[in-house]
Design a protein around this ligand. Sequence first.
Ligand code: PLP
Length: 361
Amino acid sequence: MTERIYNFSAGPAALPLPVLEQAQKDLISLGDTGIGVLEHSHRSKAFLAVYEAAESLCREIAGVPDNYKVLFLQGGASSQFYMIPMNLLSKDQTADYLVTGSWSKKAVKEAKVFGNVNIACSSEDKNFSYIPEAVSLSEKPAYVHYTSNNTIYGTEFATEPEVPAGVPLICDASSDIFSRPIDISKYGIVYAGAQKNLGPSGMALVIIRDDLIEQGPTDIPTMLQYRTHSEAGSMFNTPPTFGIYVLGQVLQWLKDQGGLEAVQQKNRAKAGKLYDYLEQSSLFKPTAAKQDRSLMNVTFVTGDADLDAQFIAQATAAGLDGLKGHRSVGGMRASIYNAFPEAGVDKLIEMMSQFEKEHAS
Ligand SMILES: *Cc1c(COP(=O)(O)O)cnc(C)c1O
């Protein structure tokens, strides 16, 4: 078998090796059923057990209150960009969006199809390198939407923004879900595309409060109503069965790691090492404002695009893949989600120190 290398990809991203090994077995036969996980009916007893385990692990790990549903929907996080306003925003209402990166902007664009949008804050003036402190909410917003971690720019909200009582707070947590403890009761909806911290692409985990499900219109397509999926337990049509299976395995792995408190400690240690190195480096510089730095996506540059390219090429050759930054920031981005091993961060720092010795003026 080919040796596995360090995969710093922003998404789809590295998954825990024990999960992949288990999946390998379950592809041929899920437990002792003699049928692989991809081949089971979604209504089979064996798959229902997989589904129920995934849902209950999610509830347990995140402490999801009873008045919330856990849904596994198709179309990734981007489909939530329109499904949320389609269900919760009417033409005469305003929704507030905190704009901290291009994913937030994409969410805004979809919301405008259904109602009014108030940009409550934006950090676009400095290429989204920080999280704005001042947020100006509209009079009576239908909801407030924000992106907890800005995958492309390497910034992350330290805590959730304050909203007035009765206003649902909605979070796109695609790139930092379950990387730290979360108080679900503060939210109306938390959603995430699965391919960064949870499993395969194409699926979204949606944790949604009951009253928001009930509030949605009934004259929109059936598949696009939250109530459809809530009433059918995510089984209105064939759900993304493999995605649900992998998510369940990843959550079991997360539980075995000690849960969200423990994984936060590990994430702090991993990212902390990298930022400590960047702080003292005379060659590599972090691009995100210090107080807003992400534990999931660490972005940095040398300030010289040719040197960046040279570093990325050397790293790739040494088995450190996926370090090229997003084109809108340039430089490098190390995506170090829950499943990314600390040894890979050590290797990266070692390579950077070496490169710095050779190139620092
Ligand atoms: C990756 C990402 C998305 C897009 O997810 P898809 O599943 O590709 O639609 C949305 N928001 C954030 C914050 C992301 O990191």
